[in-house]
Design a protein around this ligand. Structure first.
Ligand code: NAP
Length: 307
């Protein structure tokens, strides 16, 4: 589904903030529009903060935990989010996302992204059909080959599905430090639209090759593990946020980490995962306000490395 313009229901968002006991000023640069980035292949614009679902949405059939994830997803959409990333690798996450999507009203303008994670053409097709049934979507916006697994085989299938209008974009994923060389070769030679890999204020390996290559090849970039699976909070959250974070409208560490990522010009969106409404609202605050300039980004790196 496309986002030519994205209107944020501010009243609903503010109500969600109040329900979570979060002061609006703490998460949202007042009055600013959501930051959107174009997908190079189409020009369609995506909000720069999306949502991951590994572990956080793998809650099985437990009614209480499903309801709490529904609240997280509502907060995400009310704050202007669209892109949701999942995978058949993430246990019950796809089923839980589907259950939640069916209950968000009005029906949200989501950008549905999942992955194929198996070997073989027949298994891949079966798995993608199953994922669509779990999500309850007629088609995925983005289908990614998870961790490059059997990528030559799945790429053939995905090109066929894209030509038939059964998916909109094709992507390939990896995570921190894994198979960057092979991913770079795919980026250089294959007709894909998106890449997904790890990038955050401490894990900056992608700056050397993958990010410039994505920009050069006109590929959209989705960033996983933006908080190093939560380790950035364990390491830094007891430290005071530097006063100059205010200059780019970061009111907390979550926004500091996310704004570092999405201020890289080659990044299309980051997909932080959370199981909590208050954390979701903090994270979505990074969708608004100013972003750090290159000089400030260098200062952010120096600052965290010195802590
Ligand atoms: N190869 C691949 O394709 C691949 C690999 C890795 C990841 N991914 C995708 O990328 C997504 C993101 O990566 P990730 O889940 O590994 O890690 P992440 O987003 O870097 O970190 C998630 C952790 O951060 C915590 N958190 C989130 N917001 C917070 C906040 N505002 N304050 C404090 N803690 C906060 C969460 O705990 P709470 O629940 O308590 O908030 C959770 O434990 C995944 O969910 C998945 O969709 C893809």
């Amino acid at each position: 589904m496309s986002h030519p313009t994205l209107t944020l229901d501010r009243r609903a968002f503010l109500a969600a903030l109040a329900a979570a006991g979060v002061a609006p000023r703490a998460v949202l640069a007042a009055g600013s529009p959501a930051i959107l980035r174009p997908i190079p292949a189409s020009g369609e614009r995506l909000p720069v903060i999306g949502m991951g679902s590994w572990i956080t949405f793998d809650v099985g059939a437990d009614a209480h935990r499903r309801k709490s994830r529904l609240d997280v997803l509502r907060a995400f959409f009310e704050a202007g989010g669209a892109a949701i990333d999942s995978s058949p690798m993430y246990g019950s996450s796809e089923a839980v996302i589907g259950w939640c999507l069916a209950r968000v009203e009005p029906a949200p303008k989501s950008f549905a992204a999942t992955k194929v994670w198996t070997r073989g053409d027949w298994m891949g097709r079966q798995q993608m059909r199953h994922s669509a049934a779990l999500w309850g979507v007629p088609r995925f916006d983005l289908m990614q080959i998870h961790n490059l697994l059997d990528w030559e085989v799945h790429l053939e299938t995905l090109l066929e599905m894209k030509a038939a209008g059964r998916i909109r974009y094709i992507g390939v994923t990896t995570s921190h430090g894994r198979r960057h060389e092979e991913l770079a070769r795919i980026m250089e030679t294959q007709p894909i639209d998106f890449v997904q890999f790890t990038y955050n204020v401490l894990d900056r390996e992608a700056e050397a090759r993958l990010l410039p290559l994505a920009a050069e090849r006109g590929l959209a970039v989705m960033i996983n593990r933006p908080f190093r699976r939560g380790a950035l909070f364990d390491r830094f959250e007891r430290q005071p946020l530097p006063a100059w974070a205010r200059d780019f409208d970061a009111a907390n560490w979550a926004q500091f980490f996310l704004k570092f990522i999405v201020s890289h010009p080659a990044v299309t969106c980051a997909i932080p995962a959370t199981s909590r409404v208050d954390h979701m609202l903090e994270n979505m605050g990074a969708l608004y306000g100013r972003l750090p300039d290159p000089e400030t980004r260098a200062r952010m790196v120096r600052h965290v490395e010195a802590l």
